[in-house]
Each structure stands twice: as structure tokens, then as C-alpha cells.
Design a binder for this molecule. Structure first.
Ligand SMILES: Cc1cc2nc3c(=O)[nH]c(=O)nc-3n(C[C@H](O)[C@H](O)[C@H](O)COP(=O)(O)O)c2cc1C
Length: 326
């Protein structure tokens, strides 16, 4: 279960890319591996249900309905508690356990979790080593980092510490915490890291189109990409990348994802949302997705304009029913 062959990974995005959207997006094809949103670890060992709430895929062999494996991400700063929680999580047989060293959120960093740890490469190494020791060897332990907190001067030290601690692979979001989510992403720094670190690396940040994906691979030298917001905006992006790869390897081109297909996915998403989100928040979740989709689909802009002022789920039901699905 190393998934080292995975070429397109779906990024964890707390509050945006939850298991419902993961289910829908992985049905389109092209995604080889997902990472769940982070589960915060402080000074307790979480009950089973806390892991299952974020990653219900754990009840489905740690796969989405479409069969794409999901690794579960933990975030924290205490090696012992992270190890104890990882051991508890391992009993649920996750497809892997990922450690978050990149979260920029203030509340998380005030508690010494997320990106602030990148100032302490030794602690990063201790965390990965403790978790690796606590988890059976067949379950991969991976890490995801930014380039640093205020600057990227310790990026190499962090990546080397993660490698030495026995991680299976490393996703690098090519920005510091101080860069937030503002473009650009500094892909060239991933190429620098690859000079020093042999650990399989996955490049992440600002991949919105097929052209971005190809350029990111060229600049970083990484075959493997993780995509977050770009997949929410264009659910066909991972498929476009794999189709491109198939074409350049002599395979056949399949069709792109049409708006009518997106509407079908949107219905699935809406059904999933109805099962687990309070009625007053449901319309917001659909508009949140449309807000990304409109970067790619003019129809999504139209839909966004039509739905902008609607909050009543019944009105959304009616709108969806009125759309022709191919
Ligand atoms: C709303 C939001 C929530 C995120 N939550 C997480 C998270 O839970 N864990 C994590 O490692 N990264 C998280 N990230 C970072 C993304 O995984 C990714 O590294 C970042 O968005 C850059 O990739 P992109 O340009 O493809 O979106 C989040 C990003 C966004 C925008």
C-alpha cells in the first residue's frame, strides 16, 4: 500500500474538500490518492468516531466509493500523543497516515501545530519518527510541509529530517506560511530540495490547468502532483493530466468533463450534503463549490448568479431539477 506510483493526489482542504466532495471528485477519474482534512491532536487519544467523522472512507477499506485510497491526516506538535493517536488510527487500517506541517491557521499555530513546526526541524523529525514507530510497517507514514514559516531557509533541514525519520514520501506546498495562499508558488524550491533529499516528493501549489501541471513537473522534476483548489474549480483536471500522459505514451484520448456531467456530480454532492449538513448551511456548500467552478465553466457563473441570493434548500432542489443532465 505504498502508493508511490500515485501521480495525481487530491489535496486535503479543511472546510472545503470533505468526504462528500472527495467522493464526487474521485468519481470523475484521474485521482490516484486522497489525503483527508487534518484531525487535530492535542493531549488526548481520540476515540474511533473522531477519525471516522473526518474520514468515513475508513469504513470502506479506506477508499472512496470510486475506489481511490484515502490517507488520513493528523496535525499536532507532541510526538507522544501523535504516536498514540496514530496507533489508534492504525487499528482502522487507513491507506496511510499523513502528518501536517503546513497549516497556517492562527489557532493551530498558537498551539504549536502546523507550519510553526517548520522552525524546529528536529521536532519535525521526532514527530515523524515517533509516528513511524507506532504504526505497523504496511501502513505508509507520509508528511506534508510548506517551505517554512517566515522564510524558506530551513526547508532543506525539514525535508531531510522527515526523510531520516522514515517517512514514505513528502508533499511540498511550495510556499511559506507568510506567503499564505497568494500566487506564485515557488516550484523551483522543490527542485532545490530534490537535489538534497531522495525521498519521493510530490509537488503542490497553484496548479489550476493542464499547462500548469506540465510546467510544474518540468520545473520541479516531480512526476507526482497534489492538487487542491484547481480540482475544485475544474473537476476534470486530474483526468486531463492522465489523458495527456496516456496520449504522450501512445494511448487514446477520452472526452473531457462536460458541464452536463458536472451537473450530475453536483446532484450527487447535493444528496451527500443533505445527509450530513444542517439545512441552513446546505446552499452555502453548493455555492462554495460553484465559486470555484466558475473559474472554468461559464455555466457555473450563470448558476452562481442565479443561486447567489437563495438560501432555502428546496429552492436549490428545484433549480437542480430544472437543469438538464446529460
Ligand atoms: C480551504 C483550505 C483548507 C486547507 N486545509 C488543509 C488541511 O486540512 N491539511 C493540509 O495539509 N493542507 C490544507 N490546505 C492546503 C492545501 O492542501 C494545499 O496545500 C494548498 O491549497 C495549495 O494547493 P492548491 O494550490 O492546489 O490549492 C488547505 C487549503 C485550503 C485552501
Amino acid at each position: 500500500m505504498s502508493h508511490l506510483g500515485a501521480r495525481v493526489l487530491l489535496a486535503p482542504m479543511e472546510g472545503l474538500l470533505d468526504h462528500t466532495l472527495r467522493d464526487v471528485l474521485t468519481r470523475v477519474g484521474g485521482v490516484d490518492l486522497c489525503v483527508s482534512e487534518f484531525i487535530r491532536v492535542t493531549n488526548t487519544v481520540l476515540p474511533r468516531r473522531a477519525f471516522i467523522r473526518v474520514a468515513p472512507e475508513l469504513l470502506n477499506n479506506s477508499c472512496t466509493v470510486a475506489g481511490v485510497p484515502v490517507r488520513v491526516q493528523l496535525l499536532g506538535s507532541d510526538p507522544d500523543y501523535l504516536a498514540a493517536n496514530a496507533a489508534a488510527l492504525a487499528e482502522l487500517q487507513p491507506a496511510g497516515i499523513d502528518l501536517n506541517f503546513g497549516c497556517p491557521a492562527k489557532t493551530v499555530n498558537q498551539h504549536r501545530g502546523g507550519a510553526v513546526l517548520l522552525d524546529e526541524p528536529e521536532l519535525v523529525g521526532q514527530i515523524v519518527a515517533a509516528v513511524r514507530r507506532a504504526v505497523p510497517a504496511h501502513i505508509p507514514v507520509s508528511a506534508k510541509m510548506r517551505l517554512g514559516f517566515n522564510d524558506d531557509s530551513r526547508a532543506e533541514d525539514c525535508a531531510l529530517a522527515i526523510e531520516a525519520a522514515g517517512a514514505s514520501d513528502l508533499v511540498v506546498h511550495a510556499r511559506t506560511k507568510a506567503h499564505g495562499y497568494r500566487p506564485p508558488a515557488y516550484w523551483d524550491r522543490i527542485a532545490d530540495l530534490r537535489q538534497r533529499v531522495r525521498l519521493p516528493m510530490v509537488a503542490n501549489g497553484e496548479i489550476w490547468t493542464l499547462a500548469d501541471a506540465l510546467r510544474c513537473r518540468e520545473v520541479t522534476g516531480c512526476d507526482r502532483l497534489m492538487i487542491g483548489r484547481g480540482m475544485v474549480a475544474d473537476p476534470g483536471l486530474a483526468l486531463a493530466i492522465t489523458q495527456h500522459d496516456a496520449l504522450t505514451q501512445g494511448g487514446a484520448m477520452q472526452s473531457a468533463v462536460a458541464w452536463t456531467q458536472i451537473l450530475g456530480l453536483m446532484r450527487l454532492f447535493w444528496q451527500g450534503i443533505a445527509l450530513r449538513v444542517a439545512p441552513r448551511h446546505r446552499a452555502g456548500r453548493l455555492k462554495q463549490w460553484l465559486n470555484y467552478l466558475r473559474r472554468v465553466y461559464p455555466e457555473a457563473q450563470e448558476a452562481f448568479d442565479q443561486l447567489r441570493l437563495l438560501h432555502d434548500p428546496e429552492k436549490i432542489d428545484q433549480w437542480l431539477a430544472a437543469q438538464a443532465v446529460g
